[in-house]
Design a protein around this ligand. Structure first.
Ligand SMILES: [Zn+2]
Ligand SMILES: [Zn+2]
Ligand SMILES: [Zn+2]
Ligand SMILES: [Zn+2]
Ligand SMILES: [Zn+2]
Ligand SMILES: [Zn+2]
Ligand SMILES: [Zn+2]
Length: 1754
């Protein structure tokens, strides 16, 4: 916005500039009251420099401030010219070995996963590259701003704390050396003075709260009357709201409002109005009024300009201090001293305290300036870091409360500095012991969660929005707790023990408030009305998970602490559940002669809670007792006798029963909240401190009690006691059909209970429970994940729990259990389970979800079948329990267990009478298997003379006791082995029996002799017979099944063909047309094939039949029949462009007749090759249009295509299209009048054509001025002697049917409309030019692709390409028939004149500025318009040939002029051939014509080589062009790959293979032409070096080179600042992969106007760089972005992969990323093929959400 220049400013500047820094400093040095002196200076000058108008002038202000305000301070400080003083200080300084670089937003940071003490320890890129960690496993992230490099901090790194650069500084450091010794005394004194005054000034003015009054010592007399209306930032109002309000309140444009809003968002405040008080006050009231409706209003203050001025200078001053202390550690120390010195008001009055305590009152910009100063001063000085940490801890409670009530993001709060302090192990330890930090944090946290229920538990129900907001902010305290705990102590002092346990107490208080929170009661009857709040409680649990784990880790480190913690935890648990047996009468349970008392409690009827953190913590500590062997070493110190196992197991058991009942469908009416809770309970994020610990708690309980008692209590809690204690209960149930649901429910409950028993006995992979280590645990997790399916690294990581360092421990073991398979061009790298690990698979692995379990079962059975093994999945061999848990195994052989097994087997044997399920049986079999494995292990490991007490085999051989008198378990198993209804479990039963026999054998052999051997063999033999019959039966079943499947398959296939009829018919038709071509080829194959000219190979006419994909009718392609069309997509293209800066400025005036050789602004045509009737397409398109209009009215949604622009999707393949190309026969055959008379040579032909042109021009002139001076007219007429046989009045009849004519016009107009971006106008004379241009450009682009990929020119092209090129060429050749003859003739004449001089045209480009292939196509395709009036007997073929030769000659001259300048010394070794001599001669002629400006070249060999290389692309394009134009098959030699097709090409194109012969054969005209070409002024300028020209062959365009390491891109982007908002970091830096420009995307600041709309930087760039098509890399997201036009776009997978073959879109995982060249090539290929738009179309069709994105704002 234009601001009024203030007239007095220059004068003012002058007086300010005269102010001398040296003199001022001198005055200060003399002064007795320095403070007063300096304040006066500031009071006088600051308002004269800052805030002189509505807008800041940062550069001028900075310059003046430096001169008038800071300069004197520097002089004063140094005592001399600072230009000498500071370098001296720097030299004397011993630089710190700390890097301390403060990160910018988006800057890459690195953390070493091997050596970093915790993940918050990071390095800057420079340090990282110079450190040992670059070869370690590292993680890369982008900084969110704030934080600094930890290089040099010995506490942050286990190894390699210094990079190469900072290592240098460590050699001479003596610990705790005072940096002040390097400073002269006087400097110290002066620095102290000036720092004290300035720091004090800055703090005072920044925390100043009055709006129109300055501190007394800064007030001046002549105060101006100017105010600012200052708008402050908040996180409540959106950008849009602010912009809208501002426009209203201060009457500014939208652009200005955007500017204000951007600054407010960035700096935290911005003045929006400048003037007298009422003027500003008025704006304030409008803003407040407008924003106070829904929320609290925006903060606005009317401030006196002098206050704002001083505040601005205060900020400047803080930055200045930050930079001054950078040059000397001594100065830094003085500043720290000044900052922390206690003020006059005692406690909390130091400047640092004052700033911290005012933090939440300051605006964003001020906060970040002083935070940065803290980081570069207090946190960089080892001594003061400690003192500052103490201040921070003392203020902790207050700072956190301020933060919680403040609404700014965490990164703008001083509370965020906790990460810098608490993660330093020595500081954290010190703060714990001296300041009791643990307790303070936990207490502060509890203080903010005040909502409790009657039992004192947290209550989140009915949280208001504000409370929820606060709750989110309070969570950052948990993060602080995590920081403090993250590095574990290596040594314990008594102090530390005491303070840690004090913190542990507080922590238990916190957990106590969570124990039993959110209790639920089963809903019966009707569904719950409102889903209860559950997320808050789970959020809390989830956030605390790592803290709980770390608390245990700490306890594990010290035996005394562990014992105390265990006692405390137990005590709290007893408090929680004290009296849980009170009042109620216990019930007595008894089965098999065992009985136990328990409380009455029903999960399905009473309250139950999932939250039991105290129980779970105790379980964790109990395991530690076992793991650390404290339990055996100091049993007397432990309260083990106080433990009541039934109490311990009660609540975890309830929770597990709840899960089982939910699974059984009993809690359906409680809604989704419960389902979600159960989900998270088992989820990888929570399970470690929830589900896992509940299992451990049950294991703990069971190991301490009689297993029979436990089982009975369990039956009772599962509400199954009755079923198992009442004989025939199951039978009775099943007979009551009405209770089918109940039967189902009970079956599920029994299954779940058995599953729980399996888990209790089988889950011993937790160190301390079983005799395993952490590696075994993680290995087992991975084995089970990979048993489901092979997985990518990231998938695997996601399925494993992360520790507080974000590590899963996976890398250390993965090699041992899995093979890695590399990814291909798409997809990801995969880990596959090693086959030898399959035996460790446990079907009932406790972390499987149900879906995973069944998938794993299926996969493992399939694997076994593939290996031709039986399909039994027996339980794996397990590691032994630790002694504390050892008695757990007895549960398997307990009476009640055997009773349960027997009962279920009995149901299965009598399978019709009872309610039972196969999964029930499967679990029983698994349990039996586990018991057998256990017994086997016991026998194998038994010591001499020890009695094995595990006697499961004996127990299952015994029959049941009265009253059932059921057979033994073994007998029942043998019965079941042959049960036909248990096919699936047969292998498992067989395995059980085999194992049973093996154990028996072991027992026998170990006990005495080997009598029983035979028994086993008999048994095996009989089973072998059975096996045989069995196998036969199975084979029969398999055969029947196969037949059935086959029948189903063929039925499906038929349906498929019916549904996709079009597709099949299309393929058939294509096949047919192909064979037709092949059949015909032998006819012509004997002769040399010639594509053009009088000698063109005559191809027998082929009839072509095609089928319409819409109506399925077949039709022959004929001149007079209805038009058939191909769906086509026309787009502008810069893919071949050599000059991206060139854009069509004014499309209405642009003349496309001559294409410049830089090939900018091309038009490309592509097609999917699908054929329709023109009328069928019309009808289809009309219906799409109508549908779209209706839809838009209704839904206002975008689609992936823009109907208004003629776009549609191909009805068959959904390929994006915007027009259609008619299908035509070779058009030349229609016009080629056969004529065998002598044809003219080139010279004669040129002469004839020139005459004809002249005649036409005269006629044309006459027509344009018909009535003026008829006499002159007749004169001209006299002059005009019509060449022989030329009849300009003749107008040929158009041979095409109306329908074809219409399509010719349609496609022509579409090309014109898209290519020039203008409104369609079929009359425009440029329409035919655009058609020819698109034909030429498309052929050129395909030639490029083929050459780049080293593919043969006429190799097998994809059908769609072949069809597209053929139709496009023939269309372009036929288009003249629907254009005005005179227009086409006019084009021809002008094109012709560019080569054969003609006086009538003055403005033709010189031959250096013409793309010869475009010229050739234009001339050849326009020529019929002239030739049709020529009846002299010259054939069309002759014309084609001469045109082609003429253009070729021009191209050779073009190449000789531009591309043969370098002679590379390598002279020919063979004697000069014919070509070399000829080209040398030609070059000499050329030199003569150019007046010898051309460099002398003596090597014909070199010249010929250059010509050949330069002309190849042209010849190839020409061959394609004439091939498709005339339909002459290509010579077989060019259909195969090979390096040298030059001669074959020449033959095919009717050229002498010594191209120079063209010149020799036509020597009369050659000289004239060359002379005329070289005489052109532009050519001369070029030869004199005044301008450039394209040289040949043109190189292919490539996407930019990307670095191998992705982090260098991030670094590059982090140094990139928004080009529009003065040095600000861009939030979404985006790299154009086509030209390498970095853009500031997705941001208001860089929006530009495009065609009247505001668009983002990418869209704007796309418009010029890719004429609408863009390929970008979003650097922060590591994501490729494709854009097309303003409304289309999609994301594409980036070409960067990590070591595991995966991309990291969004950079969430942080693994190092490296360029995958193949994938990048694939993107480049999409670009070369012009397929970006198509790719977007497909992506948008597949994913509708992409359609909704506002791509234009990117
Ligand atoms: Zn660094
Ligand atoms: Zn370093
Ligand atoms: Zn390392
Ligand atoms: Zn049709
Ligand atoms: Zn298609
Ligand atoms: Zn920007
Ligand atoms: Zn670009």
């Amino acid at each position: 916005m234009a601001s009024e220049p203030e007239p007095e400013v220059p004068a003012m500047d002058q007086s300010l500039l005269e102010c001398s820094a040296e003199e001022t400093a001198g005055k200060w040095l003399q002064s007795t009251d320095l403070t007063r002196e300096v304040y006066q200076h500031l009071a006088h000058y600051v308002p004269k420099i800052y805030c002189r108008g509505p807008n800041p002038f940062p550069q001028k202000e900075d310059m003046l401030a430096q001169h008038v305000l800071l300069g004197p301070m520097e002089w004063y400080l140094c005592g001399e010219d600072p230009a000498f003083g500071f370098p001296k200080l720097e030299q004397a300084n011993k630089p710190s070995h700390l890097c301390g670089r403060v990160f910018k937003v988006g800057e890459p940071t690195y953390s070493c996963r091997d050596c970093a003490v915790d993940p918050t320890c990071v390095l800057c890129m420079e340090c990282f590259l110079g450190s040992i960690h670059r070869d370690h496993r590292y993680r890369m992230t982008t900084s969110g701003g704030g934080g600094f490099c930890d290089c040099g901090d010995a506490e942050a790194w286990k190894e390699g704390p210094y990079c190469e650069k900072h290592e240098l500084n460590t050699s001479e450091i003596e610990e705790e050396e005072d940096p002040l010794v390097h400073l002269p005394e006087d400097v110290i004194a002066r620095t102290y003075n000036i720092f004290a005054i300035m720091f004090h000034y800055a703090v005072e003015i920044l925390t100043w709260e009055k709006e129109s009054e300055l501190p007394a010592d800064l007030e001046i007399v002549e105060k101006s009357d100017t105010y600012y209306c200052m708008l402050f930032n908040d996180e409540v109002h959106t950008y849009e709201q602010v912009i809208y309000t501002l426009q209203k309140a201060v009457n500014c444009t939208q652009k200005e409002a955007i500017g204000f809003a951007t600054t407010v968002d960035r700096d935290g405040r911005r003045s929006v109005r400048y003037g007298d008080f009422p003027y500003c006050e008025q704006a304030k009231s409008v803003i407040v009024r407008n924003t106070s409706r829904q929320t609290k209003p925006l903060k606005v203050q009317v401030m006196h300009s002098s206050i704002v001025a001083h505040q601005n200078f205060g900020l400047k001053l803080l930055s200045w201090l930050g930079s001054i202390i950078g040059c000397s550690d001594g100065l830094r120390r003085i500043l720290c001293q000044v900052g922390l010195q206690e003020g006059p008001d005692g406690e909390n009055s130091s400047l640092v305290d004052r700033l911290m305590l005012n933090d939440s009152k300051l605006w964003k910009g001020a906060r970040s300036v002083y935070h940065q100063l803290f980081m570069s001063s207090l946190l960089m000085d080892l001594k003061y870091k400690k003192l500052f940490a103490v201040r921070f801890a003392k203020n902790y409670e207050r700072l956190q409360s301020d933060y919680v009530t403040d609404d700014h993001d965490r990164e703008f709060s001083v509370a965020d500095l906790s990460v810098q302090i608490f993660t330093v192990p020595s500081l954290a330890r010190m703060l714990i012991t001296q300041e009791n930090l643990l307790t303070i944090i936990i207490k502060t946290f509890m203080d903010h969660l005040r909502h409790r229920d009657a039992q004192g538990r947290f209550q989140f129900e009915r949280y208001t929005a504000l409370q929820a907001f606060k709750f989110r902010r309070v969570q950052s305290l948990i993060l602080d707790l995590k920081y403090v705990l993250i590095s574990k102590p290596t040594e314990w002092s008594d102090d530390l023990r005491q303070k840690f346990l004090e913190g542990f107490d507080a922590f238990l208080e916190l957990l106590k408030c969570m124990q039993g929170m959110d209790p639920i009661t089963r809903q019966v009857g009707q569904h719950i009305e409102m889903e209860p709040e559950w997320e808050a409680a789970f959020t809390l649990q989830m956030k605390l998970t790592h803290v709980i784990s770390m608390m245990q880790d700490w306890c594990a480190l010290d035996e005394k602490v562990l014992i105390e913690a265990y006692k405390k935890c137990l005590a709290v648990l007893m408090q929680c559940h004290g009296g849980f047996t009170d009042g109620e009468q216990p019930v007595t349970l008894s089965i098999c002669g065992h009985s136990v008392e328990t409380i009455r409690y029903c999960v399905s009827q009473e309250k139950v809670s999932i939250h039991l953190p105290v129980s779970r913590l105790l379980a964790g500590l109990h395991v530690l007792l076992s793991k650390s062997e404290v339990a055996y070493k100091f049993p007397e110190l432990l309260p083990l006798s106080e433990l009541s196992p039934p109490m311990l197991i009660e609540h975890p058991l309830r929770c597990l029963v709840l899960c089982a009942q939910v699974h059984a469908g009993m809690w359906r009416r409680n809604g989704f909240s419960l389902v979600n809770q159960i989900y998270y309970y088992h989820n990888v994020k929570c399970r470690r401190e929830m589900f896992d610990k509940d299992i451990i708690m049950l294991q703990t309980g069971v190991s301490m009690m009689d297993p029979n008692h436990f089982l009975m209590i369990m039956l009772s809690r599962f509400e199954l006691y009755q079923i198992f204690s009442t004989p025939d209960f199951g039978k009775r149930l099943s007979s009551e059909i009405a209770h089918k649901d109940i039967v189902q429910q009970n079956n599920t409950l029994i299954e779940e209970m058995l599953y729980l028993i399996i888990m209790l006995v089988g889950e011993r992979f937790c160190p301390g429970v079983g005799q395993v280590n952490a590696t075994d645990e993680i290995k087992r997790e991975i084995i089970h994940q990979l048993s489901i399916k092979p997985m990518a690294h990231s998938e695997l990581v996601k399925s494993l729990p992360e520790d507080e360092n974000k590590e899963t421990g996976m890398e250390s073991v993965i090699e041992a259990v899995a093979h890695f398979k590399k990814p291909g061009l798409t997809g990801r790298g995969m880990y596959e389970l090693k086959p030898e690990c399959a035996k460790e698979f446990n079907l009932y692995f406790y972390h499987f979800s149900r879906a995973e379990q069944s998938k794993a079962e299926e996969a493992q059975r399939k694997l076994k079948r593939q290996n031709r093994e039986d399909t039994a999945l027996p339980p794996p061999i397990l590691p032994p329990f630790c002694p504390l848990f050892a008695s757990l195994v007895n549960i398997l052989q307990s009476d009640v267990m055997l009773y349960i097994m027997r009962t279920i087997l009995h149901w299965a044997v009598e399978h019709n009478g009872y309610a039972w399920s196969e999964s029930m049986l499967q679990r029983v079999l698994h349990l039996i298997g586990m018991a057998l494995q256990e017994e086997k292990q016991h026998l194998e490991n038994v010591m001499e003379e020890h009695v094995v007490t595990f006697t499961f085999t004996q127990k299952i051989s015994k029959p049941g006791e009265a009253p059932n008198n059921s057979p033994s378990i073994l007998a029942m198993l043998e019965t079941l082995q042959n049960a036909p209804y248990l096919e699936v479990h047969k292998d498992m039963i067989k395995w059980i029996l085999k194992t049973f026999n093996a154990i028996k054998k072991m027992r026998k052999s170990s006990s005495s002799s080997s009598v029983a051997e035979t028994e086993g063999t008999i048994m095996e033999e009989s089973s072998r017979d059975k096996d045989k019959a069995e196998r036969k039966r199975k084979a029969e079943i398999a055969r029947l099944r196969r037949e059935k499947v086959m029948a189903q398959m063929s039925e499906m296939q038929r349906n498929f063909i019916d549904e996709n009829k079009d597709l099949f018919q299309q393929t058939l038709a294509e096949d047919a047309s192909h064979s037709a071509v092949l059949d015909n080829s032998p006819v012509v194959s004997d002769m040399t094939l010639t594509a053009l000219g009088p000698a063109q190979t005559q191809v027998p006419k082929q009839r072509q039949f095609v089928t319409c994909i819409l109506c399925q009718e077949e039709q022959e392609v004929k001149v007079e029949s209805k038009a058939m069309v191909l769906a086509a997509f026309v787009q502008r293209s810069t893919v071949l462009s050599k000059n991206r800066s060139k854009v069509i400025q004014d499309p209405e005036k642009y003349d496309p007749l001559f294409m410049h050789p830089d090939l900018s602004c091309g038009t490309h045509t592509g097609s999917c090759g699908h054929i329709m009737h023109a009328h069928c397409w019309q009808r289809y398109f009309d219906s799409v249009q109508a549908k779209e209009q209706r839809r838009q009215q209704r839904l206002r949604l975008h689609t992936s295509y823009d109907v208004e622009n003629g776009e549609f999707l191909c009805p068959l393949c959904e390929c994006l299209s915007n027009t259609v190309i008619p299908l035509l026969l070779p058009p030349r055959n229609i016009f080629n009048k056969l004529n065998f008379s002598d044809q003219p040579n080139l010279t004669q032909w040129i002469r004839t054509v020139s005459q004809q042109i002249k005649a036409l021009q005269i006629l044309r002139k006459e027509e344009s001025i018909p009535n003026i001076a008829s006499s002159k007219n007749s004169e001209n007429m006299d002059e005009l002697q019509l060449p022989e046989g030329f009849r300009p009045d003749f107008h040929p009849k158009n041979p095409y049917s109306d329908s074809i004519k219409e399509m010719l016009t349609t496609f022509g107009t579409a090309t014109y409309k898209v290519g020039l971006k203008v409104h369609p106008n079929e009359e425009d004379p440029r329409v035919p030019i655009m058609c020819w241009g698109s034909c030429a450009y498309t052929i050129q682009s395909i030639e490029r692709i083929l050459s780049d990929e080293d593919k043969p020119l006429f190799g097998p092209l994809p059908c769609r390409l072949d069809d597209c090129l053929r139709s496009l060429t023939r269309f372009a050749a036929a288009h003249w028939t629907v254009a005005l003859l005179s227009v086409v003739q006019g084009h021809f004449c002008k094109l012709f004149a560019s080569l054969v001089p003609n006086d009538s045209y003055g403005d033709l480009p010189c031959i250096l500025d013409i793309d010869m292939f475009h010229l050739l196509v234009g001339l050849v395709l326009a020529f019929p318009a002239l030739q049709c009036q020529d009846f002299s007997g010259i054939s069309l073929g002759t014309g084609d040939l001469h045109i082609f030769h003429l253009v070729t000659m021009a191209h050779i001259i073009q190449i000789l002029l531009t591309s043969c300048t370098e002679e590379n010394g390598m002279d020919q070794e063979t004697p000069a051939g014919e070509e070399e001599l000829a080209v040398l001669a030609l070059y000499k002629t050329l030199r003569q014509c150019t007046g010898s400006v051309l460099k002398e070249i003596s090597s014909g060999w070199h010249l010929w080589r250059s010509v050949r290389a330069g002309i190849m692309p042209f010849l190839k394009c020409s061959a394609l062009f004439f091939h498709y134009l005339n339909g002459v098959p290509s010579p077989p030699e060019i259909q195969v790959p090979g390096t040298n097709h030059f001669e074959h090409l020449c033959n095919y194109l009717s050229l002498p293979s010594n191209l120079i012969c063209l010149f020799q054969e036509n020597s009369e005209i050659t000289k004239l032409l060359i002379e005329s070409w070289c005489q052109n002024i532009e050519v001369k300028r070029y030869l004199e070096g005044e301008r450039d020209a394209i040289s040949y062959p043109r190189e292919s365009n490539k996407l930019i080179d990307l670095p191998e390491d992705y982090s260098s891109l991030i670094n590059q982007a982090s140094n990139f600042s928004c080009p529009k908002s003065g040095g600000d970091k861009s939030r979404a830096p985006t790299l154009c992969l086509v030209c390498g420009t970095l853009l500031c995307s997705q941001s208001y600041c860089c929006q530009a106007e495009l065609e009247g709309e505001d668009v983002g930087a990418c869209t704007a760039h796309t418009h010029s760089c890719g004429s609408g098509v863009g390929i970008f890399l979003r650097v922060r997201e590591c994501q490729v972005l494709f854009l097309a036009g303003k409304t289309k776009g999609c994301f594409y997978s980036p070409p960067y992969l990590d070591d595991y073959g995966e991309t990291d879109q969004g950079l969430r995982r942080g693994n190092p990323l490296h360029l995958c060249k193949e994938r990048f090539k694939k993107i480049q290929k999409l670009w070369h093929q012009h397929s970006i738009t198509e790719e977007i179309g497909h992506a948008q069709e597949a994913n509708q959400t992409l359609v909704g994105i506002d791509w234009q704002h990117l």
